[in-house]
Design a protein around this ligand. Structure first.
Ligand SMILES: C[S@@+](CC[C@H](N)C(=O)[O-])C[C@H]1O[C@@H](n2cnc3c(N)ncnc32)[C@H](O)[C@@H]1O
Length: 212
């Protein structure tokens, strides 16, 4: 599926298209097994449907869930990242789109992940997207996402560009407290919010549950 993307996203999309080669070279550099195992075991079910937003090449999250017998759907606007995903996670159903433009049925997914992706969209769109996560998750379902904070951008709140691998990428975040207030307003329970340093970069890893 193709969707219309506006001028700002076209440049980020092009940057990620260019990153695909670097990504391929650095694939598997960081061990995420602890994060994967703790999110997976916290779900309390063996199999279900996973939605991976900004799935990139599908490694390691979509791959892990497919290996555990889950049905996996990945959304990304980068054609070249999705070409890698077709190689690494051929079982994954992919949607080429801006993640803000997709829609799914209520209660369709037992788990949703947005790993290193949500922070690339503006703050108000992040809240709207997380509210969609709530609708798409089945009761008791969980979402895991990476959130940028001052540990990464240097500012308590941020809306602008930061250099990554020689390119200027757009990032947006509020304070963690403002994020937690949004999550609670939407209806989510916050299971955990943990700062993790991976590959020299610190982000906040947030797990939330749609109550039963
Ligand atoms: C840093 S990569 C992370 C990929 C993967 N989740 C991982 O953990 O390796 C960010 C991904 O989000 C995608 N992305 C960023 N903004 C997006 C948007 N608005 N809609 C769809 N995909 C987006 C990029 O194309 C890229 O593949």
């Amino acid at each position: 599926m193709d969707a219309t993307v506006n001028a700002r996203e076209i440049s980020l999309q092009e940057i990620y298209d260019q990153f695909a080669e670097t990504y391929e070279k650095n694939r598997g550099l960081f061990d995420m097994s602890e994060i994967l195992n703790s999110f997976y075991s916290g779900l309390g079910i063996k199999k279900g449907n996973l939605l991976d937003m900004g799935c990139g090449a599908g490694e390691p999250f979509a791959r892990f869930f497919a290996d555990h017998g889950w049905s996996v759907t990945g959304v990304d606007f980068s054609q070249r990242m999705l070409a890698l995903a077709a190689k690494y996670v051929p079982e994954m159903q992919t949607v080429r789109s801006d993640m803000r433009s997709v829609d799914f049925a209520p209660d369709e997914f037992a788990a949703i992940t947005a790993i290193y992706s949500l922070f690339h969209i503006p703050g108000k769109d992040q809240v709207a997207l997380i509210a969609k996560f709530y609708r798409w998750l089945s009761p008791g379902g969980k979402a895991l996402f990476t959130y940028a904070t001052k540990e990464y951008t240097g500012s308590a709140e941020f809306d602008g560009y930061k250099e990554f691998l020689g390119q200027k990428l757009y990032y947006s975040h509020k304070t963690p407290e403002a994020l937690y207030a949004d999550l609670k307003n939407i209806g989510f329970n916050i299971d955990s919010a943990t700062y993790r340093e991976i590959g020299g970069e610190t982000f906040l890893w947030v797990t939330i549950t749609k109550p039963l």
